[in-house]
Design a protein around this ligand. Structure first.
Ligand SMILES: C[S@@+](CC[C@H](N)C(=O)[O-])C[C@H]1O[C@@H](n2cnc3c(N)ncnc32)[C@H](O)[C@@H]1O
Length: 218
């Protein structure tokens, strides 16, 4: 297990909290958790405020490929792939790589990058519809915290089950009380979040042995 920032090349503004236009309400939370059009392409109050392909995942894909020494013919799964931007870019950065995704959002899958049509599966990360050891690497970016704690344990077990030993997850966390308060005022979809120590307990409970990093709102 190693802490590694595989999203280091993403623009810092990706989750800038200043962009939200009004204070969140229970209704904002309910609608964002549907992971439909409002969440991806609606107002910023419900989520992304527009989730468009702009090439920002290309350097992330290069870092993932380098970190896991992936080669043409290897199989990679992105759990919580949304519209498949990273799946698309993994295959652009390493022609011949077999990349796939899974997401609970039929809206995201029906508005995916054209090149990944047919590579993205509809389903929940809690039960991955794939055989044991079927991927050379499995990644999950900013998705596992959208489950309950119990669901997060189940999802991490599934990642461990379908991967052949290489995996990476990035989840919501905070390093001090101030960051925690800011995060809680901002968060819409996450159902379970914790300090790294709490996440390490979850990793241990799941038997998760892969790499990890934290998304911290600042
Ligand atoms: C913050 S977005 C991250 C998307 C993408 N991985 C990224 O980093 O841009 C969270 C994603 O998790 C997906 N998601 C939420 N609950 C899920 C579940 N139970 N199983 C699979 N995907 C889920 C959402 O549809 C959404 O695409």
């Amino acid at each position: 297990m190693a802490e590694v920032n595989l999203l280091r090349s993403l623009p810092q503004s990706k989750r800038g909290i200043s962009a939200r236009e009004s204070a969140k309400t229970e209704e904002h939370i309910r609608i964002s958790r549907e992971y439909g059009k409002e969440y991806f392409d609606g107002s910023r109050d419900y989520g992304y405020g527009g989730y468009f392909y702009d090439g920002r995942w290309l350097p992330v894909a290069a870092d993932v490929i380098g970190h896991f020494c992936l080669r043409p013919g290897d199989r990679v799964l992105d759990v919580g792939c949304a519209k498949g931007f990273l799946v698309n870019d993994l295959m652009l950065e390493c022609p011949g790589l077999e990349a796939f995704g899974l997401d609970v959002s039929s809206y995201a899958l029906m508005n995916c990058q054209p090149a990944v049509t047919g590579r993205l599966h509809l389903g929940s990360g809690v039960v991955l519809p794939f055989p044991d050891d079927s991927f050379d690497a499995v990644i999950s970016l900013n998705t596992i915290h959208n489950f309950t704690r119990e669901g997060a344990v189940a999802a991490l077990k599934e990642i461990e089950r379908v991967s052949r030993g290489k995996s990476f997850v990035q989840v919501d966390s905070y390093l001090n009380a101030e960051q925690k308060m800011l995060f809680e005022s901002w968060v819409l979809t996450a159902k379970f979040h914790d300090f790294p120590e709490g996440w390490f307990d979850v990793f241990k409970e799941a038997g998760y042995k892969g790499d990890y990093y934290w998304t911290i709102v600042e």
